[in-house]
Design a protein around this ligand. Structure first.
Ligand code: KIV
Length: 280
């Protein structure tokens, strides 16, 4: 497939031209190879990694080392796809210096093209410092899973006038601070439309309706590979969980009845050759 790797400039052009931006998460080499071969524009190595790959209950325990390890695997595969890596919880909140250092590690050690962090006005100065250091930063507003406990759980946000106004203001501050794009998660579609129209940087929605400049999904939700729960906003485009279960059950049946391995899976030797070998 003839695919040109996206740049931040091309991303802005896509917004101006009304061409939708397609983003999906990936966390390992084999899946990233498949995403790279698809028309997806951007890969997010999200800290959803913690829940869908590492089995944590939330994204909170994810470490910088885990993010770097998985980003490196994705980058090895993603030859023609722009890669954004998440700054995990507590890698950017303690100080601006630490935030710049950790963002730099995701680029230098992980090989990512850009980083993403969660929050509004409280992280605007951090976003500015990271961008000034030459690191492209994506913002993330609405449902911010790293601080979901403070938000009352994994549920829709900005549903009253004050919270909606605060979100519009946060979005403006992140753009002004130098964010090149903004994820909007689990907010009313009508509010996402307003933010998308007000900003000159592209918005990428997840549970934020059809009016965002692009969409992002967690790969394991889209492929039916995460069984603990399916968010309301996630669409399952395949049920690989079921395919894997069926494949494993066939494998076990065939081993039990000795129909696997079949002759075509075996290495053979003539009886005389074997006898000679065993004699020697
Ligand atoms: O970590 C992640 O996968 C994300 C998406 C939900 C946007 O932040």
């Amino acid at each position: 497939m003839d695919k040109k790797k996206l740049t931040i400039q091309l991303l802005s052009e896509m917004k101006r031209q009304g061409r939708k931006i397609k983003m999906i998460t990936a966390y390992d080499y084999p899946m990233a190879v498949l995403v790279d071969q698809s028309p997806v524009d951007m890969i997010l190595v999200g800290d959803s990694l913690g829940m869908v790959v590492l089995g944590y209950d939330s994204t909170v325990p994810v470490t910088m080392e885990e993010m770097i390890h998985h980003t490196r695997a994705v980058v090895r595969a993603a030859k023609n796809t722009f890669v954004v890596a998440d700054l995990p919880f507590m890698s950017y909140q303690v100080s601006v210096e630490e935030a710049i250092r950790n963002a730099g590690r995701l680029l230098k050690d992980g090989g990512a093209d850009a980083v993403k962090l969660e929050g509004g006005s409280s992280v605007a100065e951090t976003v500015r410092a990271i961008a000034v250091a030459g690191i492209p930063v994506m913002g993330h507003l609405g449902l911010t899973p790293q601080t979901a406990t403070m938000l009352g759980g994994l549920k829709a946000q900005a549903r009253d006038a004050a919270a909606a106004r605060a979100l519009v203001s946060d979005a403006g501050q992140l753009e002004e601070a130098g964010a090149f794009s903004l994820v909007l998660e689990a907010i009313p579609a009508q509010l996402a439309e307003v933010v998308t129209k007000e900003l000159s940087i592209p918005t990428i929605g997840i549970g934020a309706g059809p009016h965002c400049d692009g969409q992002v999904l967690v790969l394991h939700d889209a492929l039916g590979l995460f069984q603990r729960f399916v968010p309301k906003f996630a669409k399952q485009y395949a049920n690989l969980g079921q395919s894997v279960a069926e494949a494993l059950s066939s494998y076990c049946e065939e081993v039990a009845e000795s129909s696997f391995p079949a002759p075509e899976h075996c290495f053979n030797m003539k009886k005389e050759e074997l006898d000679k070998l065993l004699e020697g």
